[in-house]
Design a protein around this ligand. Structure first.
Ligand code: PLP
Length: 361
């Protein structure tokens, strides 16, 4: 194996080495408690202190206003596609607006249709999910329960480069699973921000939900009580046993992010990393990224070889150089490099060197 391994997985994904080292050092005995974090009661003082620090650090990193609650839930990003309608819409006769920009928003639409009317206000499906439809074309529903957007499409590599505007008082719900904490965000513009942790935060099993106070307490009667935002918020995410170890690792990642200078500093690095990679892909037509330039994701970069018969050779050569998990999602094929916060620029440079070498440049 090569000396340096760089993992480009879309999720579960690379974590900061320092975080994994600290977790390893604390595995058997967390800070003199004599217990692994995995063995602690979620209601004991040790875990409560871990939980509160994680909550506080995330609030600080994203400058979450006081009138928003941070919930650590389970079920992944996908479960929120049902949890959100059950918490925010008034029942089968209400309407939820969607902007369809790729695979994940498409899944959200399908799931929400089980609970309410869905209106696809705009879609880029006809052009192969290569952009975010211009806001002037969105056909929003007056009085919609909420407007759902996926601000970074992990499979298609499409990222919003603007904050959407809803109609009137309609709250905006944003699936930020794969780019949360990669750039500053004005939380006050959204009703709910959610994300599965396994892309840019920590291990699978934790789902972060940031929800505005006034949207809590409206769940439909059939909403499972463990998924009712009010129960979760009223019990500091401990209505039932939370994913304690995942929250602990997420908390270590939040501390690591603060040491890196916070999300504004991460954004600068992410711009640099993505710029380096796109420049190599755009250098000639050996590789191809099909997303309109202004909507290209900084986190998930799908690309195709001009000659797809070389795909296996490309992946084998990458693996031999310690560049792992570059295979594209099965639904779209090709390659994908996910370069989350924890991917160092050295990893991107190593991939760029390999891209140039393989293209014979
Ligand atoms: C990965 C992902 C999801 C699904 O997350 P699960 O934890 O697998 O349910 C949803 N939305 C986006 C944007 C994702 O990247």
């Amino acid at each position: 194996m090569a000396t340096s391994i760089y993992n480009f997985s879309a999720g579960p994904a690379v974590l900061p080495k320092e975080v994994l080292q600290q977790a390893a050092a604390e595995m058997l005995d967390w800070q003199g408690s004599g217990m692994s974090v995995m063995e602690m009661s979620h209601r004991g003082p040790e875990f409560i202190s871990i939980y509160r620090a994680a909550e506080r650090d995330l609030r600080e990193l994203l400058a979450v206003p006081d009138n928003y609650r941070i919930l650590f839930m389970q079920g992944g990003g996908l479960s929120q596609n049902a949890v959100l309608p059950m918490n925010l819409c008034g029942g089968a006769d209400s309407t939820i607006d969607f902007v369809q920009t790729g695979s994940w928003s498409s899944k959200s639409i399908k799931e929400a249709a089980r609970y309410a009317r869905v209106n696809v206000a705009a879609s880029s499906q006809a052009t192969g999910f290569d952009r975010v439809p211009d806001q002037s074309e969105w056909k929003l529903t007056p009085g919609a329960s909420y407007l759902h957007v996926c601000t970074n499409e992990t499979i298609d590599g499409v990222e919003f480069n603007f904050v959407p505007t809803a109609q009137g008082a309609t709250p905006i719900v944003a699936d930020m699973s794969s780019h949360i904490l990669s750039r500053p965000v004005d939380v006050s513009k959204y009703g709910v921000i959610f994300g599965g942790a396994q892309k840019n935060i920590g291990p699978a099993g934790v789902t972060v939900v940031i929800v505005r106070d006034d949207l809590i307490g409206k769940a439909l009667p059939f909403c499972p009580s463990a998924f009712d935002f009010k129960n979760v918020a009223d019990n500091e995410s401990m209505y039932n046993t939370p994913p304690t170890y995942g929250i602990y690792i997420a908390g270590l990642v939040f501390q690591w992010l603060k040491k890196q200078g916070g999300v504004a500093a991460m954004e600068q690095r992410n711009i640099e990393k993505a710029g380096l990679l796109y420049a190599a892909l755009d250098a000639d037509d050996f590789y191809q990224n099909r997303v309109a330039k202004e909507y290209r994701s900084r986190m998930n970069i799908p690309f195709y070889l001009r000659d797809e018969s070389q795909n296996e050779a490309f992946l084998a050569g990458a693996k031999a150089r310690g560049l792992l998990q570059l295979k594209g999602h099965k639904s779209v094929g090709g390659m994908r490099a996910s370069i989350y916060n924890a991917m160092p620029i050295e990893g991107v440079q190593a991939l760029v060197d390999y891209l140039n070498e393989f293209a014979g440049r």
